[in-house]
Write a protein that binds this ligand. Structure first.
Ligand code: ADP
Ligand code: MG
Length: 296
């Protein structure tokens, strides 16, 4: 924990009091938070994140956590002598990779986050998209970004068919904090690996969330010169797609974010998860962080 003993009591009180309007405004509102993957790097930041989630819950908001797991999946694949392959930001998922994805996400990453939140005094419940029949999916038909006549086969990568949020609602109406692994199920009960940002975006829409916060390992969306873009509209995003400024994992992230913004989620932010308590700063202060995604 950072040492704050040299901050004057008067300033501490002022800082706390300034959170009040946000606590009032967001009371009872759902906040969908994408965590994990590349933002889940160091133990101290993880503990800070868990504290932030518990604090939001205790002041009356409904945080829902969706987690990723890119680096953790990569490490597990490496132990099997495999290396991940990506096409347009999506992990090519053969049957063996799907098995690894399932046990790393649901078995390892999700349970780590559940444990941390519980340690911070919350009551987290881990779920995959199978639980409560939450995330129905089908095989993603990926069209090439440059050539609409070309398709890519990315294996068991899922495209969301529908989300039934009833299990999440039941949990959040009680005192629980749902922690969701982005795994969907198909018509034949087969498993699908779905990009966590896409799940977070869709879930925020279905839950009519107030905010969608995507924590990642960059300061936000960067322009060609590496400068932070604090604000992006749908049209600006199209231009960034077209000129190749956005690539890799940022492609599904922005797609998920824009989808949520267009579907009525009030505020959508891509922020730097490497900053301690980044989420708390975003939600409970008037300072702008990272990139805000706007529908128009
Ligand atoms: P996460 O685990 O947070 O989903 P990803 O690796 O999937 O992380 O996506 C974030 C990555 O997207 C960044 O680390 C960066 O390498 C890449 N990226 C591509 N284009 C951009 C851009 N214009 N601005 C910021 N990051 C970008
Ligand atoms: Mg990603």
């Amino acid at each position: 924990m950072t040492d704050i003993s040299n901050i004057a009591p008067r300033d501490k009180a002022e800082i706390l009091a300034q959170a009040l309007p946000y606590i009032r405004q967001f009371h009872g509102k759902t906040m969908v938070i994408k965590y994990g993957g590349n933002a889940m790097t160091d133990p101290e930041l993880q503990a800070d994140f868990a504290e932030d989630v518990v604090l939001l819950k205790l002041v009356g908001m409904n945080p829902v956590v969706v987690h990723g797991g890119g680096p953790q999946i990569e490490a597990a694949l490496g132990r099997l002598g495999k290396k991940g392959e990506f096409i347009q930001g999506m992990r090519v998922t053969d049957a063996e990779t799907m098995e690894v994805v399932e046990w790393v996400l649901a078995g390892e990453v999700q349970q780590d986050i559940v444990g941390l939140i519980n340690q911070a005094g919350g009551k987290a419940v881990g779920l995959t998209g199978r639980d409560g029949g939450m995330i129905r999916a089908q095989k993603l038909r990926m069209v090439d970004n440059a050539d609409p006549n070309k398709q890519h086969d990315v294996g068991q990568v899922g495209d969301i068919v529908a989300i039934d949020p009833s299990v999440v609602k039941a949990l959040q109406d009680d005192q629980f904090i749902p922690v969701i692994s982005p795994i969907g199920f198909g018509a034949e009960n087969e498993s699908y690996n779905i990009n966590a940002d896409v799940v977070a975006g869709k879930l925020a829409t279905v839950l009519q969330a107030e905010k969608l916060v995507l924590l990642t390992n960059t300061p936000g969306v960067l322009d060609k010169n590496g400068k932070l873009l604090t604000d992006l509209t749908a049209r600006e995003i199209e231009e960034l797609f077209a000129d190749g400024t956005i690539s890799g994992g940022m492609l599904p992230k922005i797609a998920g974010a824009l989808d949520a913004a267009k579907s009525g989620v009030n505020s959508v932010h891509i922020i730097d998860g490497r900053v301690p308590h980044a989420m708390l700063l975003e939600i409970l202060t008037d300072q702008a962080y990272g990139t805000m995604i706007r529908s128009h």
